[in-house]
Design a binder for this molecule. Structure first.
Ligand code: GAR
Length: 213
């Protein structure tokens, strides 16, 4: 008899670099199975080739694609191509897991309200590509990580969940590498937890407020 349980939600994960957040999602889903987790990764996309993140995906047999800005005449055309590449996998949610590009209008027209990003700072403090370094340079004593929906600003979309991490005096000595590693340990767990909850329970975005029933 067919199961009445909802099918796992389809995730496309976007990466740029080492892909440890992607790995956490792969492992988190694998640990319980996609039915119990509520989602499966249907493809992994990147804005550059040959990255550790793509290798992680290939190693476990996930489908991958690469969409590089420099292969398109304009940023808008890259954005459209990225949106089409993602759309080909019919995702319910898109997860930007260390994807170091700002998506544009076309992408948001198709995937706004269902694209989730993880950021290594407590937004709205320290948005952008250098969230860890900027928090250190500011002299902040506490930073953290934020999982949020993507909107048309730079890390400005509605916040889903955050965790705080203390900054230690010695963090100033290595430019933030050790701090970023401490943040990532917490961030990976938070991302796996949040994506699973969104997938299993659904969610509402009202203005800036995100609620998961
Ligand atoms: C993560 O810390 C993520 O928050 C950050 O890049 C790292 C990727 O690590 N993203 C940003 O800074 C986006 N503004 P990973 O490739 O090992 O998952």
């Amino acid at each position: 008899m067919a199961s009445s349980a909802a099918a796992p939600k389809r995730l496309v994960v976007l990466v740029s670099g080492s892909g440890t957040n992607l790995q956490a999602l792969i492992d988190g889903i694998d640990a319980v199975g996609s039915d119990a987790y509520g989602a499966e990764i249907v493809a992994v996309g990147a804005d550059r080739s040959g990255t550790a993140g793509l290798e992680r995906a290939e190693r476990v047999g996930l489908r991958t694609f690469v969409c590089r800005v420099q292969d398109h005449p304009t940023r808008a055309e890259w954005d459209r191509a990225l949106a089409e590449a993602v759309a080909a996998y019919e995702p319910d949610l898109v997860i930007s897991a260390g994807f170091m590009k700002i998506v544009g209008k076309e992408f948001l027209a198709r995937f706004g309200g269902r694209t989730v990003n993880t950021h290594p700072a407590l937004l709205p403090s320290f948005p952008g590509a250098y969230g860890v370094r900027d928090a250190l340079a500011y002299g902040a004593k506490v930073t953290g990580c934020t999982v949020h929906f993507v909107d048309d600003g730079v890390d400005t979309g509605p916040i889903i969940a955050q965790r705080a991490i203390e900054i230690r005096d010695e963090d100033h000595e290595d430019g933030g590498d050790a701090l970023h590693e401490r943040i990532k340990e917490v961030e990976r767990k938070l991302l796996v937890e949040v994506v699973g909850r969104l997938a299993r329970h659904g969610y509402r975005i009202e203005g800036r407020k995100v609620s998961i029933p």
